[in-house]
Write a protein that binds this ligand. Structure first.
Ligand code: FE2
Length: 200
């Protein structure tokens, strides 16, 4: 199987009260699994079957296979999402990532403002990202299953799921509250720092 649902890197209740075990149970065990199963069905018996997930996503985009791109993109994005959250999240980055954040986005507070504006202003479903664009940090959002890895030159550092299934059980339709909690208590700066170092 090319696509898998990795185990959560923390206990299902570890993000409470910010994100409930019930949300993670639906989101990880049901939504993510459905994308993974559909992506695997679509690649069965095709040249994609032996490829890495990232290459399936990029290949589907290159050939305009939207049906596969949607399932593969969602499968990849969710695996990246679980690591973008942490029971010890929030706060601010340190080291080189902190310096780059200051240089490119004006520091962690300004980053938070930009990330909130991008997430709250994003119409309908999608994803909010902190990316390195050839070394420069940027906040962007993508629609539906679209993903930073399908855009030339972008290295994703962090992602937040803006689909309602990510927050409806805990926050109903209050996306601003969900985004605020992410920045204050869940954002995994260590994961971002690892991705930033690997991209350098
Ligand atoms: Fe999701």
């Amino acid at each position: 199987m090319t696509f898998i649902v990795p185990p959560l890197p923390y206990d299902q209740a570890a993000l409470e009260p910010h994100m409930s075990a019930r949300t993670l149970s639906f989101h990880h065990d049901k939504h993510h699994l459905a994308y993974v199963n559909k992506a695997n069905e679509l690649i069965a018996g095709t040249r994609y079957e032996t490829m890495e997930p990232i290459d399936v996503v990029r290949g589907a985009k290159a050939e305009g296979n939207q049906k596969l791109f949607n399932q593969a993109g969602q499968a990849w994005n969710h695996s990246f999402l679980w690591n973008s959250l942490s029971p010890n999240g929030g706060g601010a980055p340190t080291g080189e990532l902190a310096a780059a954040l200051e240089r490119d986005l004006g520091g962690v507070e300004k980053f938070g403002e930009a990330f909130t504006a991008e997430s709250v202003g994003h119409f309908a479903s999608g994803w909010a990202w902190l990316v390195a664009d050839k070394g420069a940090l940027k906040v962007i959002s993508t629609h539906d299953a679209d993903t930073a890895i399908a855009h030339e030159g972008l290295t994703p550092l962090l992602v937040l799921d803006l689909w309602e299934h990510a927050y409806y059980l805990d926050y109903q339709n209050a996306r601003p509250a969900f985004v605020g909690t992410y920045l204050k208590s869940l954002i995994n700066w260590d994961f971002a720092a690892q991705n930033f170092a690997a991209a350098a």
